[in-house]
Write a protein that binds this ligand. Sequence first.
Ligand SMILES: NC(=O)c1ccc[n+]([C@@H]2O[C@H](COP(=O)([O-])OP(=O)(O)OC[C@H]3O[C@@H](n4cnc5c(N)ncnc54)[C@H](O)[C@@H]3O)[C@@H](O)[C@H]2O)c1
Ligand SMILES: O=C(O)[C@H](O)CO
Length: 313
Amino acid sequence: MDIIFHHPTFNSQQWIEGLHQKLPEATVRQWLPGDNQPADYALVWHPPVEMLSGRSTLKGVFALGAGVDSILSQLQKHPEMLPKGVPLFRLEDTGMALQMQEYAVSQVLHWFRRFDDYQALKQQAKWEPLEDYRREDFTIGVLGAGVLGGKVAESLAAWGFPVRCWSRSKKDYLGITSYAGAEQLGQFLSGTRVLINLLPNTPQTVGIINSELLNKLADNSYVMNLARGVHLVEDDLLAALDSGKVKGAMLDVFAKEPLPQNSLLWKHPRIAITPHLAAVTRPEEAMTYIAKTIRQIENKESPSGQVSLDNGY
Ligand SMILES: NC(=O)c1ccc[n+]([C@@H]2O[C@H](COP(=O)([O-])OP(=O)(O)OC[C@H]3O[C@@H](n4cnc5c(N)ncnc54)[C@H](O)[C@@H]3O)[C@@H](O)[C@H]2O)c1
Ligand SMILES: O=C(O)[C@H](O)CO
């Protein structure tokens, strides 16, 4: 079995050795320009078109991340990149859900305990106890309740917050109210105090967090974007912060990355920023998942994690 690997920043040697340990029968090599030798599987992130095009004997392509929007947009321009019938897989959780939980829970608690307000008071050297927020006034709404959103919702419910989620179809997470489809988006937003975005980037979700949506949230709401920058209309968020509708935002992803130096988001006192690392690929867990999936494909079983090219995620 031959596996080719390409990632612009990962340590290729670590992956080649790690995969070989998990799949001793496989020969794993870093793909280099000009390599058109046979391959059964390809592990990729931002792959050059020539790496995959024409490889009709591939049994699977693995994206080395959870979001496949960049690969799918490359495919739009170069459909020959994924030969017909070759399944595309993405990383399902592989250690990312825990990272997302850490990120979301710590920030929700930060807002809930009013550390943002106390930080502002500290700047003025003011000793001023504020009224506590109540959990019942702190409903959390998770946009996109899939592998990561579902786990984030569950971890916040465990802290006693009222939690709801919104996705394409209804979910059955314990203690979490589930809303589905465009017709229930308004209901989901009404009364939501903290909005956490974990949707995939598809034509249906681009720009979803705009003025119209933000105006439907509870007053003094908070916004956390952990999915993709294109989901959020940055100017609409700034307007909602300035009008007082939104009290604070925590952003991990941006329409343009790295976030340009002249972006107004950097300067806004009520916006916190991290550089797209809410959940990163953990090599060990990712390789375990990929090796397991390859074995399932070889055994003619149907593994999970296959991207639906029709749905776009
Ligand atoms: N910031 C980071 O570091 C980071 C890390 C990993 C993933 N992500 C992002 O998180 C996203 C979610 O990952 P996941 O593994 O949970 O994906 P997933 O496919 O398991 O879940 C997606 C959810 O969104 C819902 N959805 C999709 N389209 C919808 C629509 N039009 N309307 C309503 N609901 C819709 C689906 O029903 C599903 O519940 C990824 O696509 C990626 O962009 C970001
Ligand atoms: O989707 C992912 O895995 C991360 O956001 C890295 O792009």
